[in-house]
Design a binder for this molecule. Structure first.
Ligand code: AMP
Length: 225
């Protein structure tokens, strides 16, 4: 019997807009990574939330970043997406990657993390930020000061969820989730899937969330290029 050959999937097969496809071309991304191929269409469709088991180096940032950039419409007044990361380094890295992927779309992306003067962050938030990338402690701080409102989100992302758990951020994450609107798309990324993370997904994601995993050996494909 002849072996079935699978047509290679391109970014243009995933439902992304022309603006985002152009940005990808400029950035030099040619083919989607496995986690991107799987999660982008689900997030664009918006019907289901996603738990993705993927490590750094799999292209996970673009896997959530591209649908976020594509879907949100600039409004200026409300934060439309929040990405929580365990460390300030990752917050800056994710924010930089999103900025490099947004292309012509005029979106304001702000990393907020502890250790940086809060006044400067407050001033930036006042100007109108579309996407916040932050560490849980500082995000909570802004919520309590009412300098950050996240009750009109299109997207909520937890990046490196297992690391956040290890660092004792579970309560912070729950407190943050409680002040968000329920009708948002959610995505959790984690290298491993510990029970408390799965429980969090069970409690806060909409019914029928999708679980996606990429095999560890595939993760080398991108980094080897
Ligand atoms: P991440 O796993 O999100 O930290 O991404 C790892 C690295 O792969 C980053 O430098 C990305 O810019 C790069 N990358 C992500 N997706 C792709 C892709 N589809 N093609 C080429 N490089 C990519």
């Amino acid at each position: 019997m002849a072996e079935e050959t699978k047509e290679p999937v391109g970014f243009s097969d995933l439902g992304l807009s022309e603006t985002v496809l152009q940005a990808l071309k400029a950035k030099g991304f040619e083919v989607p990574s496995p986690i991107q191929e799987k999660s982008i269409p689900i997030l664009l469709e918006g019907k289901y939330d996603v738990i993705g088991q993927a490590q750094t180096g799999t292209g996970k940032t673009a896997a959530f970043g591209l649908p976020i950039i594509d879907v949100i419409e600039k409004e200026g007044k409300h934060v439309k997406a929040i990405i929580l990361t365990p460390t300030r380094e990752l917050a800056i890295q994710v924010s930089d990657e999103l900025n490099s992927l947004k292309g012509k779309k005029r979106l304001n992306i702000l990393p907020i993390y502890g250790g940086q003067p809060i006044d400067r962050q407050i001033m930036s938030l006042r100007k109108g930020i579309d996407i916040v990338v932050g560490t849980p402690g500082r995000v909570q701080d802004h919520i309590q000061r009412k300098t950050l409102k996240i009750d009109q989100l299109d997207f909520f992302v937890l990046d490196e969820a297992d690391e956040m758990l290890n660092m004792g951020f579970l309560e912070d994450i729950e407190a943050i989730l409680k002040v968000t609107n329920t009708d948002k798309r959610m995505l959790f990324f984690s290298a491993t899937m510990p029970k408390p993370i799965l429980k969090l997904a069970q409690s806060y994601m909409r019914e029928g969330h999708q679980e996606i995993a990429v095999k560890a050996e595939l993760t080398t494909r991108l980094t080897d290029q």
